[in-house]
Design a binder for this molecule. Structure first.
Ligand code: TRP
Length: 461
């Protein structure tokens, strides 16, 4: 049985035309759905808060537009021209070379990121259920902290929620590219935007909201360290879903006539907007109720519930907030999940459902270990790191930067300028400004790989 599952069916998919997204909007929302996730709503605000606010945000925006955007163009190009999964797209574009190993790095990163992503996604589900049933009310400041620590360290409930989350992803992805990914993104992303706007308006109407905005938008460069600059670059990569083939896999479903430059710009702008809007939800509220913006990873789970609790109609606002987080997590998790599904379908000839189920099971096992590493298995450490930290370290600090750097090098140095131009102009059918093409190619060839190399090395030190 096992042998049958893993037996390669060589001809599978070779002659079949690859499915594509059915509309431009669906395609963009799927990519935005991948990009908008915990990175925007959970990680961005605490990184900004811990690194001084406004100055961090300016550097972040520069990283996003000069480096992230260019790296995304490269990733989209590989998928759109290779028309295969993250491994075989490289084989297609550069046969008989070692480049497809970049795809394997991506697959590994994907599975490891999912192992942690489902754990935190599970927390958002718990916090949504707890807040909407009035269970997060009237604790003290330390009470909220204790709630979080006790909950995340427990051995049963967090696992149930992560299993539920992963199964929802499995059920949606089993439906395929058009009726699964595209439809889910088309329904969920507009809801996410509307709810987020509602939350922003509510936050801006709070007393002292202006202080939160000042913190976010008034740059104080003296509070930005070298570490902060690196954190901004790493944050840009994570938030834009770069470096492991999520964007590559989605672009292998793009239609032939897609304008990659324009699509990239749209995805990047929307992703950055969501990060800034999340900041505009969180910081005015944090300042209005005298909480600290520098709480780090606990900001959204330990500090915010207390802030919501003090607001009029707090239960409503906190329920909406955690619902937004759930949606954001789900569409991002689906994109990670799809990378590995596409590989097992193309390469190993598995049906979509079987491929998805196989990965679901593997991720649940990793997720359980990762979740338990905050409680029962906390003493099980390697180099002082818990299982959660190890997954995070290998994926975010090693695989993603390595993958992103190699993909950029692949497009600029291996495919070369001609293919780059023909991919972006769809063989001359789309008009793209020449200077712009030159600038992007220059950034891709020299600046992007160097910038990534720098974060990579310093994050290992
Ligand atoms: N971008 C998502 C977020 O902001 C996370 C994510 C999804 C991701 N797919 C990815 C990160 C691929 C890196 C690579 O939460």
């Amino acid at each position: 049985m096992l042998f049958r599952i893993f037996a390669k069916k060589k001809n599978c998919m070779i002659n079949k035309k690859r499915v594509t997204f059915s509309s431009k909007l669906g395609m963009i929302l799927a990519a935005v759905g991948s990009a908008v996730g915990l990175g925007n709503i959970w990680r961005f605000p605490y990184e900004a808060g811990a690194n001084g606010g406004g100055a961090f945000i300016i550097v972040y925006i520069l990283c996003v537009f000069l480096i992230g955007m260019v790296a995304m163009i490269a990733e989209f190009l590989i998928g759109k021209m290779g028309r295969k999964n993250v491994v075989d797209s490289f084989n297609q574009l550069k046969p008989n070379s070692a480049w497809h190993y970049v795809g394997y790095i991506g697959l590994l990163a994907g599975v490891l990121i999912m192992g942690n992503y489902v754990v935190v996604s599970g927390w958002t589900l718990k916090y949504f259920l707890a807040s909407s049933t009035f269970g997060l009310q009237d604790l003290t400041v330390s009470g909220y902290e204790e709630f979080f620590i006790k909950y995340t360290a427990s051995s049963f409930e967090p696992i149930i929620y992560l299993v539920i989350f992963m199964f929802i992803s499995h059920l949606l992805l089993s439906r395929g590219v058009k009726t699964g990914i595209e439809k889910a993104s088309k329904i969920m992303m507009p809801i996410l935007f509307i709810l987020l706007l509602v939350l922003v308006i509510n936050s801006l109407l709070l007393p002292n909201a202006i202080k939160g905005l000042e913190f976010l938008f008034k740059p104080d460069f003296s509070s930005l360290s070298y570490q902060g600059v690196l954190a901004a670059l790493a944050q840009a990569f994570f938030s834009l879903s770069l470096g492991m083939g999520a964007m590559l896999t989605y672009s292998s479903y793009f239609r032939e006539d897609v304008n990659i430059m324009r699509t990239t710009a749209q995805v990047v702008v929307l992703d950055t907007m969501v990060a800034l809007l999340s900041g505009m939800v969180i910081f005015p509220a944090v300042f209005a109720y005298g909480a600290s913006p520098e709480a780090g990873p606990g900001l959204v789970f330990k500090v915010l519930p207390n802030v919501f609790n003090q607001m009029p109609l707090g239960v409503l606002w906190s329920s909406i907030f955690y619902l937004v987080l759930i949606i954001a997590c789900l569409t991002s998790l689906m994109s990670l999940h799809e990378v590995v599904i596409a590989y097992f379908m193309d390469k190993r000839g598995l049906s979509r459902r079987k491929a998805s189920l196989l990965i679901t099971i593997v991720v649940i096992v990793l997720g359980i270990l990762s979740s338990l590493s905050m409680g029962k298995l906390n003493d099980l450490r390697l180099f002082g790191k818990t299982f959660f930290d190890i997954l995070d370290f290998i994926s975010a600090s090693i695989c993603l930067p390595l993958g992103g750097m190699l993909m950029s090098i692949f497009v600029a140095w291996i495919l070369g300028k001609d293919k780059f131009v023909s991919g972006l102009t769809n063989d001359g059918k789309i008009v793209v400004n020449k200077t712009l093409l030159n600038v992007v190619f220059f950034l891709l060839k020299y600046i992007v790989p160097m910038a990534i190399l720098i974060i990579f090395i310093t994050s290992l030190l």
